[in-house]
Design a protein around this ligand. Structure first.
Ligand code: G
Ligand code: G
Ligand code: MN
Ligand code: NA
Length: 254
């Protein structure tokens, strides 16, 4: 299939882009961090979403090189923001299981950060629940290694797996990203509202920072305000946008 073939050439042909989406502090609208989201600028198809090609990249193993490319780009953008006077920006990067279970996963990250002289404390590694249970023993070990290097660990799509509360006990997580399905249903489904409130309170007591994903409207924002949720991310504040655009957003928030 053509896309699979094209994917192998995409790094060399410089067709990948990184878009960024801000995570916002609910109580004051400050930008806490930006999430890096890869895009593929395909010569025939235009901007292709990772939903269309991440699984292909995983199948062929191309995901490993792609992931390193993303991290290098993120480091280079981080430096550029410092030069522009925005101060160091926290950047959150997604990793899939194939990447996480690579033998030198942590070492590779540390090397790239060092290569670009980026302070590890500004990197957030996003992992999913299902990834962690694949090999819980190694996951615990590598999360420790990441944190020992100063890197922060986020649990992405929280609440969607078979989960979930055992993760909080067994893995030392810095940040939880509550899946968008919660905010989507809080206004119509009472049970969802109760669970979302419980997640907000639970993470607070555990001193874990909570980011609510899929924040699209003012009603959802009021819910997060009323319940003192730490952070939100979604179209209400900004879609994932290319570098030029996130620049002007960061500039405003400086
Ligand atoms: O940005 P959104 O459009 O469509 O992203 C779709 C999915 O692709 C999300 O689950 C996101 O976590 C994943 N994704 C985006 N960028 C990357 C990346 O650089 N690496 C990995 N492994 N997944 C990514
Ligand atoms: O799986 P992960 O959480 O990494 O991916 C985030 C995905 O959610 C990306 O595809 C991103 O484009 C998308 N996204 C970000 N904000 C919103 C939003 O407010 N609404 C919806 N429906 N999707 C969003
Ligand atoms: Mn994510
Ligand atoms: Na998510």
């Amino acid at each position: 299939f053509q896309l699979r073939h094209d994917l192998r050439m995409a790094i060399k042909k410089e067709q990948f882009l990184v878009y960024y989406q801000p995570m916002i502090r609910i109580k004051n609208n400050n930008i806490l961090a930006v999430e890096a989201l890869i895009r593929w600028n395909h010569p025939d198809w235009g901007i292709v979403s990772p939903e269309e090609f991440i699984f292909l990249a995983e199948e062929t193993g191309a995901i490993v090189e792609m992931g390193k490319w993303v991290l290098r780009k993120v480091c280079s953008d981080h430096r550029y923001w410092i030069q522009k006077g925005f101060g160091p920006v926290y950047i959150s990067v997604n990793f899939s299981g194939i990447q996480f279970y690579e033998r030198d996963f942590v070492e590779n990250i540390k090397e790239i950060l060092a290569e670009y002289e980026v302070d590890p404390q500004y990197l957030i590694v996003e992992l999913t629940e299902s990834l962690l249970i694949e090999n819980a023993y190694k996951a615990v070990e590598d999360i420790q290694k990441l944190q020992a290097a100063g890197i922060k660990v986020a649990l992405d799509d929280f609440g969607t797996g078979y989960s979930s509360l055992s993760y909080l006990k067994n893995f030392n997580i810095d940040i939880i990203k509550m899946d968008a399905s919660f905010l989507k249903n809080i206004l119509t489904d009472k049970t969802t509202t109760i669970i979302a409130k419980a997640i907000i309170n639970l993470t607070k007591e555990l001193h874990i920072k909570l980011v609510s994903e899929g924040l699209e409207n003012w009603e959802q924002l009021s819910f997060l305000r009323e319940n003192n949720c730490f952070s939100g991310q979604g179209y209400l504040y900004s879609r994932p946008v290319p570098l030029e655009k996130i620049d002007s957003i960061l500039e405003k928030g400086k």
